[in-house]
Design a protein around this ligand. Structure first.
Ligand SMILES: Nc1ncnc2c1ncn2[C@@H]1O[C@H](COP(=O)(O)OP(=O)(O)OP(=O)(O)O)[C@@H](O)[C@H]1O
Ligand SMILES: [Mg+2]
Length: 1316
């Protein structure tokens, strides 16, 4: 759950800082209005001003103290053990927050500072806030004796202590000036206005005059509520029409919980919801609080917001302008006034009356006092304590005796909360989603909602805003449960009638959870709104089994917005390399793992690599199912079965089943863990009410670790950041599905030379047809996310879901809007595929037989070219185009199928047509019989009465039942008309039923062509990625080349030769210096290049550049170089940069070494190894020794390696090795100051040259980094000394280590002299 990190946020009921006014005359229009009123009623401007501020001035305060002393004392007698007096300085601690210096003060409205065991305090903070604190959580503040500083907000805490220290020295009178007179916490803006006007009415001139001599207390103006923040407030026309989204139904928790809650279900009906009242207890949101602290009133209004507001001149805005205060008004005030006006419409008399009683409400919400929520008493639904290993934090024990006293609706709420304690409940009440208790607090702090009146924390918003608010919470890491009413009051009445004994808990409309959404279970339905990002968001389940040294993982991951389940099982090494690669390539947003099944190491990996990802441990067997339970549930759940054929296991899932078991209820021996992981996902999706729609798509794919894929040995890279492609400027895709494929290609480049060549060919062809490409890109960019839309249409078309999912029973207030959205999405899907077809044929039309194979594949269909894979969509598209009138459907939100499309619809229409004919014929026969004009009259269930003129009624025999008459006419029913009427009504009912399900049937029909739609999307994704790569080549200013892969014969060494290579993340115009890199070229060339050079000379840059160019070459992309030749690389290993991982308990040196160990274990001679310094984190001797040993080993292995180092002894050691060549980043060294050698300057040439660099010129880097020159000089002298010592030692060894001849000895002695 999100952390609250400012003191302001600590206090959930912190005051609404709305009407506080500064002494500098900055006022909001509403305040200004108030002032005018005050002025006219109170007579003098001065008195008017004083009245507004009378509670603030010290003298009034002192008066007030004396005036109120007696009653306060009397009241306080009621509370025993009072130890703290008004203006005492204390430490106080609010549950879950640090001890904070505070000042005891009276509650501004209740005029008491003690209530039961709670004392009212104002926290020293900026801005100050107030709360009721339990006496036990308070201590007297003594100067110099400090509590332990909190880890968070340390600075604020210190500032508060300083304030408290200085307050200690003040008298009570002076301390009274520190009390900021915010309006009462529980008072709304409207109340305040009322209150102030009241003050004026009762006026107290005497006090006012006394006040005149006292400097007026400076007040603050604070920006209010998120409703006002520019992010939140975008007054589009719809918003204005819909009224404020952040307003709630106005149903109060009291109403829900009141003794007359039988009213509640009726209130809950959509029809009556409008009648509800709203209140406007503005409470500052998190955002506004930050603004409060950082902004002055004027700069709090960004110019951008002003501009935005100006674009939408609403009534509120114009009101502001009329008052001439626009220069001073914050958007908050503008909106607030507008909102107030709107809210006033909802506010009723009882509401205002209720406000008075609110004054008596406590500052701590009642739910905070509930015993079963207290940290030391909390239990899960099965009454296990948190200490119990099986404790389930997803549930909460709510005692029956507590629930017994609740109203039926609130009991429903608590029952749901008890089962879903980890979710924020969006609880539908009529037209609104309401939040109660702790959820309401979250709603106010995280979403900027407003509290409703009443004792309980309670907020809400209209149904239509669900998507926006839910998505905001989900993105912040919350889980949201959407609870719908699945009964109307009428249905409830019927239900109760049918029951023998009806209790009060039966008399409430039924509510059901319809959706639980977290980051990993988003589906973006019409209720949820659209996705903001194209990236995949995976829900990932993992379990583990170890056998001896080896460990096996079972994994399953799914992007719920697309619906493909990826299942896999693999053995991993001790570094968990495969699991690491998997989570880097398919980054999960939510992880499910089996409780107690994961080893310490795996848990550490999850905590470090996926530190910010939501993780949930599932109980073995009941949540993380066994393989058998998984398969039984899948078989019995009706996901893959049709009535006729029984269970029809999807192709993709079959390979995970044991062939010996014909029922398919046993997992394949090699995939038991994988099926278990699928079980965990299924359980979780079932809990989230998504199982039916996702499983029934039947899309299961096997996941194999990249190094195990047969026939192709792909390059294994660790690409942990999604931004990788962005830095490389490769992502110029026009569609979301193209973007997802590009990322996939980046993570798994090809190793198959033919595949690479096909991509290169396609890019080259596209580069030759740029205008065609531009046209296709333009069309592609208009496409919606067809891949996600396919999944949505499938969901809407699923028959079983439409019967069993609670959403099918839910009563939506805005159903017509959702229906329209569904139709619009469907029509845009159809239009998308229509233009997909056009795009394909656009390219296909230009392709000659000799052109790119890949482009032929993804744009031609089988008829056009036997190699073509693009499906023939024409038939299916034609069907849906003519199946119904698109324009009419868009308008009506309903599909009226053309004839011949839907047999059920056709038959009911035929029936109605037939009936019409029979009715006409019967009427004709009656006209003949009576011999006059006879017509049908009546409506609804009284239809088809025969209206006969009086003068002809003689012929109406006893078969004619008189139903009524009007002047000159009589109305009859006959047995024929009655029979026709009942048939007509039955047919109309049937028509309604058919129509209701008709949209679904059309969607289901569309989904039945799933394969062709999906293939079309896959083809378009490839085309989009190819065009993106081509566009990259075009946009990259410098020279680009097509890499040439050479398959070396067995005896030949792998090689890599790049000329004038550039870093793909740096633009060529940035003055980047291209470099040549050659490894393993020529007959005896060594495979390892030892790279030296000055600090900041470009070594790391060169190594990264080589790695990226190789990845790009294997993706089939052109690379930024003059030429690039290489033999295929099977894996790239990197040991770059210095990292530590405290979460995983890994030090810098450990990380270095474990990465190196992975290289040594897995590298083959076809690998590319990039080691950017090794052994830095330890002593020079150990470091050099380890580096030398690794160089030796890699040299022997013969894999292409770039190894950079600053250990110059290493260079000496390998200078003559046949496996190693030396290379360095060139530089020029100059020193104009001959006296001070530390002043030498190094000019980097950034040119990679052969040979070694003698020194690292570290002092140059030190100077550039700003190390003071005297320190550099000292260091330089020390280095010179160390160098000298080293030389001496070497000479000494030479002198005495070997036998020397006399001339050698003489020359050595000479050298010794020179260095001494
Ligand atoms: N080929 C180049 N052309 C232009 N500038 C370059 C080039 N290579 C590197 N640079 C610049 O030099 C800076 C330092 O490069 P780099 O980090 O690769 O140095 P280094 O040799 O690894 O240094 P150290 O030994 O301190 O790690 C880079 O950030 C970049 O700005
Ligand atoms: Mg470096």
């Amino acid at each position: 759950m999100a952390q609250k990190n400012t003191l302001f946020n600590y206090f959930t009921k912190s005051p609404a800082q709305s009407k506080v006014q500064s002494g500098v005359g900055v006022v909001s229009p509403s305040e200004a209005k108030d002032k005018i009123v005050q002025k006219s009623s109170a007579g003098t401007p001065l008195s008017a001003r004083k009245k507004v501020s009378k509670k603030l001035t010290p003298e009034t305060d002192s008066k007030k103290i004396t005036r109120t002393a007696a009653p306060v004392a009397e009241r306080n007698k009621l509370y025993e053990g009072e130890e703290f007096g008004v203006y005492d300085i204390v430490w106080s601690k609010l549950d879950g927050y640090p001890w904070w210096p505070s000042l005891v003060c009276e509650h501004p409205k209740q005029k008491i500072h003690v209530k039961g065991n709670d004392i009212h305090v104002q926290f020293f903070d900026d801005p100050p806030t107030r709360a009721w604190i339990h006496k036990k959580c308070m201590e007297r503040y003594v100067d110099g004796v400090k509590m332990l500083a909190p880890t968070k907000d340390k600075d604020k805490w210190r500032a508060a202590c300083i304030q408290a220290d200085s307050a200690l020295k003040l008298s009570n009178l002076e301390r009274s000036k520190l009390i900021v007179d915010y309006p009462d916490d529980s008072a709304s803006d409207i109340e305040l206005e009322d209150e102030e006007t009241e003050d004026l009415d009762t006026g107290n001139q005497g006090v006012a005059q006394e006040d005149a001599s006292i400097p007026q207390k400076r007040r603050r103006i604070l920006v209010l509520d998120s409703e006002d923040s520019e992010d939140e407030y975008k007054p589009k026309k719809e918003d204005l029409d819909e009224q404020s989204e952040s307003a709630s139904s106005g149903i109060d928790s009291d109403e829900v919980s009141g003794p007359e809650s039988i009213e509640e279900p009726e209130e809950g009906t959509p029809r009556k919801a409008n009648k509800r009242k709203r209140t406007s207890q503005s409470r500052p949101s998190k955002k506004s609080k930050t603004a409060d602290q950082n902004s002055t009133p004027l700069n709090a209004v960004s110019t951008e917001t002003k501009a935005k507001l100006a674009l939408f001149p609403s009534d509120e805005n114009s009101a502001v302008k009329m008052n001439g205060f626009e220069g001073f008004s914050s958007p908050s005030q503008m909106v607030k006034d507008g909102t107030k006006a709107k809210l006033a419409l909802f506010s009723s008399k009882e509401n205002t009356e209720a406000k008075q009683t609110e004054a008596g409400s406590t500052e701590a919400w009642p739910h905070l006092k509930l015993d079963f929520l207290k940290p030391n008493k909390i239990r899960d639904a099965k009454r296990r304590t948190p200490a119990d290993p099986d404790y389930d934090p997803k549930t909460l024990y709510v005692p029956e005796e507590f629930k017994r006293n609740l109203t039926p609706a609130l009991r429903q709420w608590w029952e749901m909360k008890s089962q879903h304690f980890d979710c924020i409940l969006f609880f539908k009440v009529g037209k609104f989603y309401e939040l109660f208790h702790m959820d309401a607090v979250t709603g106010v702090t995280e979403l900027g909602l407003q509290y409703m009146r009443g004792d309980n924390a309670h907020s809400g918003f209209p149904e239509i805003a669900y998507g926006r608010f839910a998505s905001s919470l989900i993105e912040k890491g919350y889980k949201v449960a959407r609870i719908e009413q699945t009964e109307t009051p009428e249905m409830m009445g019927e239900r109760c009638k049918g029951m023998g004994k009806v209790t009060k808990f039966d008399k409430v409309v039924k509510r059901e959870i319809c959706q639980i959404t977290a980051k990993g279970t988003r589906v973006f339905s019409v209720i949820d709104g659209d996705a903001s990002s194209a990236e995949n968001s995976y829900l990932f389940a993992v379990t583990e089994k170890s056998a001896g040294d080896s460990v096996s993982y079972g994994i399953c991951f799914i992007d719920t917005s697309i619906g493909v389940f990826h299942l896999g099982q693999f053995v991993d090494d001790r570094h968990c390399s495969r699991l690491r690669t998997l989570v880097a390539h398919h980054p999960p947003v939510q992880v499910l793992y089996e409780k107690r099944a994961l080893s310490e190491k795996t848990l550490q990996l999850l905590n470090s690599s996926l530190a910010s990802v939501l993780k949930e441990s599932l109980a073995p067997e009941t949540e993380f199912w066994s393989a058998h339970k998984t398969l039984t549930t899948l078989a019995e759940g009706g996901y893959f079965s049709s009535e006729s054929s029984g269970v029809n296991w999807p192709e993709g899932l079959k390979k995970f089943l044991n062939e010996a078991d014909t029922l398919g209820l046993t997992a394949h021996d090699n995939y038991e863990l994988a099926v278990r992981a699928l079980g965990a996902c299924t359980w979780y999706l079932k809990e989230s009410f998504l199982d039916q729609q996702l499983l029934s798509m039947g899309r299961f794919e096997i996941y194999q670790p990249h190094d195990l894929v047969e026939n192709a040995r792909p390059v294994l890279t660790v690409v942990s950041k999604a931004s990788f492609s962005k830095h490389m400027k490769l992502d110029l895709c026009c569609t979301p599905f193209g973007k997802r494929l590009l990322r996939h290609w980046l993570c798994s480049p090809l190793c198959d030379v033919d595949g690479i060549a096909a991509r290169q060919e396609a890019i080259t062809w596209l580069l030759g047809n740029t205008s065609l490409m531009a046209e296709a890109q333009e069309m592609l960019s208009q496409l919606p996310d067809l891949e996600r839309l396919l999944s949505k249409v499938h969901t809407e078309g699923n028959a079983l879901r439409s019967q069993t999912h609670p959403d099918s029973r839910a009563i939506f207030f805005e159903d017509h809007i959702y229906s329209k959205r569904r139709i619009l999405e469907f029509i845009s899907t159809l239009a998308g595929f229509k233009s997909a077809e056009k795009i394909a044929s656009l390219i296909q039309g230009e392709l000659a037989t000799s052109s790119s194979k890949l482009l032929v594949q993804c744009t031609s269909n089988k008829q056009q070219n036997p190699a073509g894979k693009f499906p023939d969509l024409a038939g299916a598209l034609h069907f849906f185009e003519t199946a119904f009138d698109h324009e009419q459907a868009k308008e009506a939100g309903r599909i009226n199928p053309s004839k011949g499309i839907d047999p059920e619809y056709d038959s009911v229409m035929e029936e109605l047509q037939g009936l019409k004919q029979e009715l006409d014929e019967y009427l004709n026969s009656q006209r003949k019989y009576f011999g006059c004009k006879v017509t049908y009259c009546g409506s609804d269930k009284k239809r088809f009465q025969l209206e006969v003129p009086d003068s002809f009624t003689k012929k109406a025999g006893k078969d004619y039942e008189l139903q009524g008459q009007r002047k000159g006419f009589k109305k009859y029913w006959t047995s024929e008309t009655k029979e026709l009427l009942s048939r007509q009504i039955a047919a109309e009912d049937q028509q309604k039923t058919v129509l209701k399900d008709l949209n679904r049937r059309i969607f289901a029909r569309f989904s039945s062509y799933y394969e062709i739609w999906n293939t079309a999307v896959q083809c378009l994704s490839v085309l989009d990625v190819m065009m993106s790569l081509a566009e990259y080549v075009r946009s990259e200013g410098g020279e680009m080349c097509v890499p040439e892969f050479v398959m070396p014969p067995e005896e030949m060494k792998p090689f890599l030769k790049i000329t004038d290579g550039r870093h793909p993340c740096v633009s060529s115009v940035d003055g980047f210096i291209p470099n040549d890199t050659a490894i393993g070229c020529g007959e005896d060339a060594a495979s390892l290049v030892l790279v030296t050079g000055p600090n900041m000379g470009g070594k790391s840059t060169l190594m990264r550049q080589v790695g990226l160019l190789v990845v790009m070459a294997h993706m089939g992309c052109h690379v930024p170089a003059a030429s690039c030749h290489l033999s295929p690389v099977d894996r790239i290993f990197t040991r770059l940069g210095a990292n530590d991982d405290i979460m995983a308990g890994e030090s810098t040196f450990y990380v270095e070494l474990s990465e190196t160990a992975a290289v040594l274990h897995h590298a083959t001679k076809h690998s590319l190894v990039l080691v950017d310094e090794l052994g830095r984190g330890t002593s020079t001797h150990d470091g050099t020794a380890i580096a030398a040993a690794v160089v030796q080993e890699l040299g022997n292995l013969g894999c292409r390696t770039l190894f950079s180092t600053h250990y110059h002894t290493l260079v000496e050691d390998f200078r003559h090795s046949e496996y190693v060549t030396l290379g360095h980043m060139a530089c020029m060294v100059e020193n104009e100051n001959e006296e001070d050698p530390s002043e030498e300057t190094v000019t980097f040439l950034y040119k990679f040259a052969s040979g070694a660099c003698p020194k690292s010129y570290g002092f140059n880097a030190a100077r550039l980094a700003g190390i003071p020159s005297d320190i550099i000089r000292t260091g330089y002298n020390k280095a010179a000394q160390l160098e000298k010592d080293g030389d001496q030692r070497k000479l000494f060894q030479q002198l005495f280590g070997k036998k020397q001849n006399s001339s050698d000895i003489t020359s050595l002695i000479e050298r010794v002299r020179s260095v001494l």
